[in-house]
Structures are given as C-alpha cells and as structure tokens.
Design a protein around this ligand. Structure first.
Ligand SMILES: [Mg+2]
Length: 395
C-alpha cells in the first residue's frame, strides 16, 4: 500500500495520547492536562461511543459488481444491457458504511479506473472521520475526474457517520421525510410496442420520464398519450442539434402535458440553449451541462433548473451544496441517478425533500439489487427510518 500522492492530506492528529506524553514542552504538557480535563468532563456524557478520535483505524474495502438491467436501455447517444459498478465499504468500531460507484461507460469511468483511484484513498490518514468537509476535499484532490469513485467514498462515509450518530441523514440535515417528491419512471427510446408495454407497466408512477432525441420523438410521446395522461418529463440527452427545430419540438410538447425538457441540445451550444430557454413555454433543465458545484453558477441564465446526480457531483456533500446554491439563484432542482443499486439511490433520496422533481428509479431498472433501502410507494419516494443512508444488504 502506498501513501497518497497528495501532500495536502492532513497529518495524524498531534492530539494522540502518544504525542502528548513524548518530548513535550511545559506549555504542551499543560495543554495536555487541560485536554485531559475536558475529556474527563465530557467523557461520561459521550457514553460508549466518544465522538472524538485520537487514532483513526478506518478501513476502506471495495469490489467490482455488474448491474444487470431489466430492459435494454437506449438513450439518444447509446444503448446497453449492463452497467459496471464498484461497491465500497468503510469499516471502523464495528460499524460498516456502504457506498457505490455506478459508471455508465459513455461517462468515461470504469471498474479499472475506480479501483486505481480507490487504492489511493487512505482513510486512516485522517484524524477524525467526522470531519467530512476536510476528508472529502482531500479525497477530491487525489486526482481530477473520477466523480463516481469519489461518490462511492462520500456515500460510505456519510453512511458510517450517520450510523455512528444513530440518525438518518434527512434528520441530520433537518428535513421532513414526508416532503419527499414523487419519482418518475424512465422509458427509453424503443419501438411503439415496447413503449406501450412499458407505459402500462409504469401505472403506479405519477410522473413518466421519456427519453427523446432521435427521429421517433413524436411517436414516443403519442404512443404514451394513447395509454395515459400521466405528466411527462422529457430528456433529450443533447439529441437536438438545431435551435429552430428544438423550439418547434418544445412548442409541440407543451400541448402534451409535459413538465419540463432536459438537456435539449449539446452542452457546448450555450447560446442556442439560452435562446431556446427565452422562447420556450416549458422549463429547460441542464443535466450533461451541470456536473459539479461551479457549474451551477454557469447554468444560471442558460437553464431554468439543474439535474443533480451523485455520480456526477462526487456525492451527497457536494449535492447538498449544489441544491443550496441553485435555490439561492432561484433555480429549479431535480435529483437524478444512473442505474444504481438501492445503496446510491437511497443516499440520493436522503436529499429528496429539498428538490422539485426526483428521478430516482435506478434500482427499479436493475434485476440484481443487493440492498434494501428507499422504496417507492404510490409513486412517491419513502425513506427508511434507519441511521446513515438507511440501507441494509439483502441477505
Ligand atoms: Mg438526463
């Protein structure tokens, strides 16, 4: 095992018992006495699980896992039947925190890249795993990119910290679990027969999310409207290249009970998207354009709202900051996902009382989920009342 290359990693706390009694000055000795006094004063109240750590022996484990999709999943730019993932565990004090990286190949990460990144993460280098702000910033600085691998560690640490405190994250963040939104169910680009069948299967959902961006767009919407009037969110995945065509499509969609249009054009066409947004009768939401926190500010004036995904933004901590910034800029917020197990889905669901729309159907789209977590009851996300991110491995 090699040490992280990043020199900004914090050293082991000088507050360890060994450091306090070895070669210390008189001032250091007096400081040690006062710390010992403070520990004695607070010790009994902290009980069997003191919230300070003089030595951190936290371990990180990970293994590759392949998510098997229920149906071949086709969007404007690609088609697939599996999604590579990396499952992560952090372990300390007999508590296990679970995390997950889901890596659709077109986004550039893989099980190999996640393994290479995670091998450089040494959680025992940090004096206190509760200091998520510093720990996650240092992990982010190990290497650029790798957002899903970073999210896996972020989720596992949040799970561990929540379990150590004994509270779920929605409660730590002060959120009302009754305010979770309904979640949409995604229908990929497909033949008329399959679209009809999937729409019928999705009858419990209060919102449908429909992938567009090929030459079958009107057929897709018309087929669904032959079956149901359920509101639809449209995701074009950058599929429309011409702004006049995009406006024509948005105006046509506006008569079909559509809630919003996500990433209508390539993310590079910023001026065209801003032009479309000004004329569009429907809200325009950025997804591929908005990866991390600094992108929220860039999206202001171009999009009406943003789609946040843990696998794009490095995890729960940055997602929370992105929601806060988007709200300050008076933007709409949507919480999305990749195909993921209930581990990452439930982690995202902890934030869902804060958002306008959620698209957290990733675990429903796979057939080999290995966690129990958030469930969908009557189309609405229902959070488990368990500490951490609230998941349990399937026995
Ligand atoms: Mg999208």
């Amino acid at each position: 095992m090699t040490k992280p290359v990043d020199s900004s990693l914090p050293p082991v706390s000088p507050g360890t018992p060994g450091a306090l009694t070895t070669g210390t000055s008189r001032r250091g000795f007096l400081r040690a006495l006062s710390l010992a006094g403070a520990a004695a004063a607070f010790g009994p109240r902290l009980g069997a699980h003191p919230l300070t750590f003089s030595v951190n022996d936290m371990k990180l484990e990970f293994y590759p896992y392949t998510l098997e999709l229920r149906h071949t999943f086709t969007i404007a730019t690609s088609s697939r039947t599996t999604t590579p993932a990396m499952m992560v565990r952090v372990i300390k004090d007999g508590i296990v925190g679970y995390g997950e990286a889901s890596m659709p190949p077109y986004l550039g990460e893989s099980q190999d890249s996640a393994k290479a990144f995670l091998e450089r993460v040494h959680l025992s280098a940090f004096p206190d795993p509760f200091q998520l702000e510093d720990v996650l910033r240092a992990i982010d600085m190990i290497a650029p990119g790798n957002p899903a691998a970073k999210a896996a560690v972020d989720i596992a640490l949040h799970d561990w910290v929540g379990k150590k405190i004994g509270q779920p994250w929605f409660r730590i963040w002060g959120l009302d679990p009754a305010k979770t939104p309904v979640t949409s169910f995604t229908i990929g680009i497909d033949t008329k027969e399959v679209v009809r069948q999937k729409t019928e299967e999705a009858s419990i959902y209060k919102v449908l999310k429909v992938k567009l961006g090929r030459d079958t767009d009107k057929m897709m919407i018309e087929t669904i409207r032959e079956v149901t009037d359920t509101p639809i969110c449209v995701d074009v995945n950058q599929g429309w290249k011409d702004k006049a065509f995009a406006l024509e499509m948005v105006e046509w969609l506006a008569k079909k009970n559509i809630l919003f249009v996500e990433q209508p054009m390539p993310k590079e066409q910023i001026d065209d998207i801003a032009w479309l947004r000004e004329k569009s009768p429907l809200p325009i939401i950025g997804d591929e354009s908005v990866q991390r926190l600094p992108d929220v500010k860039k999206a202001w004036g171009v999009y009406d709202g943003i789609n946040i995904k843990l696998m794009k933004c490095t995890g729960m901590r940055e997602a929370y900051k992105m929601i806060t910034l988007a709200r300050a800029l008076d933007m709409k917020v949507m919480l999305g996902c990749m195909t993921e197990t209930s581990c990452a889905i439930t982690a995202a669901a902890q934030l869902s009382p804060l958002v306008d729309w959620a698209d957290l159907d990733g675990a429903v789209l796979i057939k080999n989920d290995i966690f129990n977590g958030a469930t969908i009851v009557d189309g609405k996300i229902t959070l488990p009342d368990r500490p951490g991110i609230g998941v349990r491995p399937v026995q």
